[in-house]
Design a protein around this ligand. Sequence first.
Ligand code: DC
Length: 231
Amino acid sequence: MSGKQRVNGVIVAIDGPSGAGKSSLTKLLAARLGYVHIDTGAMFRAVALMARRSGIACEDDPALAELCQRLEIRFQREGEICRVLANGEDVSTAIRSEEIGLLTSCISARKPVRDALLAMQRKMGEEGGVILEGRDIGTVVFPDAEVKFFLSASAEERGRRRWKELTERGETVSLQETIEKVICRDRQDESREHAPLRKAEDAIVIDSTSLSIEQVLEVMERTVREKVAAN
Ligand code: DC
């Protein structure tokens, strides 16, 4: 079987709700395959951070469109670390707070923001050899991606993982509250009008609730390598 030829390899799309393990898995898989990792959630977070700093309300579409026009987002790799640069400023840490996470859920539902980032993401990924993680990669950004995964896990497990991450970072949060926030974010991401979180029909579903990272990684790596060989 022969698929579309891209300059640097295939496109791998990884979608799923927050806390399903997308970021850790994408990072590891990209390192194993020698592929570029594009964290599209970080791009939406960068827009939210800049909107917040400029005092732009989540519903102010004209101001958001203008902000996106002026915004250049880049990923800069230094060994294991991948930094997110917004107009040249390293915003990697600032975009990870709970507050920006919740604001991002609202900002990422706005059409001008989605349109602007869609164009950027397609440009970043079109030559292949990339793994893009997000919510609508397999359905909207690259519906013709050669490999699509949809990662999921129960809301309780995803909330527990998020709580552990925040606690390790020194933040004091309750487990129950963290689970509730995960459920709330899922609802926002699934019910929005533009590019809602949805599984592509041809995506391979992996439920990681009771699987280790290594187990999931093995399945993903094998699947991509088989696809590359068949291409
Ligand atoms: O994956 P994350 O938690 O960093 O994503 C932050 C928010 O951005 C989340 O509410 C979903 C949204 N998002 C999106 O709408 N589309 C994407 N491709 C990636 C993230």
